[in-house]
Write a protein that binds this ligand. Sequence first.
Ligand code: 6GU
Length: 231
Amino acid sequence: MRIDVFTLFPDWFDWFKTQRHVTNAMALGSSLECVDYREHTPLNWGQVDDTPFGGGAGMVLRVDVVEAALRARYGEDPVATRERRRVIALTPGGRMLDDGVVEELAAEPELTLLCGRYEGFDERILDHFCSDQLSIGRYVLAGGELAAMVVCDAVLRKLPGALGHVESAREESFSAALGGAPEYPHYTRPADWRGWEVPGVLLSGHHARIRDWRHEQSRARAGTGEDDSLS
Ligand code: 6GU
C-alpha cells in the first residue's frame, strides 16, 4: 500500500509515522509520504488559499495550487490521475468512514489523501481531481490532517503483518468476521480484582466453549449498542 498525503502540515505526520503498526507496515513494503502544497504553489510567498468569491468568512484552498502539487507528484494532468488511483478529499460532509470503507481502501494498491484547511476546498478540486470524499464524523475539524491520520491508521492496521498478530484485525469490532457487531469483552490478569472476577469460561481452557461465549457476547452487544439509535 502506497499512501500519499497532501497537506500544509507535513510535520504533523512525523509522530504518526513512529507508531508501531505504521512502522511495521513500512517495513513490509508500504509507504506513507507527505506532499506539502506550499512547496508546489505557483503563487508568490507560498500562498495556497484565498478569500471566497461571494464573500464570507475564512479562506479556501485554491484549485491551481492543488493542481500544481498533484502534477508535481504524478507527472500528469490530475484529471487523469483520479481515473487510475483513488484520490480522496477529507471533508466533514463526505462519505462516512466505517469498517466496510476501511476494508475497501485497504484493498487498493495506492491512495492519495487531500487535506483541506480553513473553510475547505475550492469545489472544482472535489469535482475534477477527486474520486471520493471521506468524513470521520459529523463534526467539523480545523483541517483534514487528523482525519487523514485516522484513515491511515485504520487502513494500515488491516494490512497483513501490521499488527504482528494476524488474527487481531480479523475478528474485531464491526468486522465481517463478527457480522458487523462490536467486539466481545477482553480480560487479563489478575483473574480476581477486588472480587471482580473474570468469567469462568475464559479460564476453562475449553476453546470451543470460549469461542461460542465470545460470539454470544458480541451478538448481545450488537443489540444494545448506541449505533442503532443514532441512525
Ligand atoms: Cl474529513 N475534515 C474536517 N475538516 N473535519 C471533519 C472531517 C474531515 N471529518 C469529520 N470532521
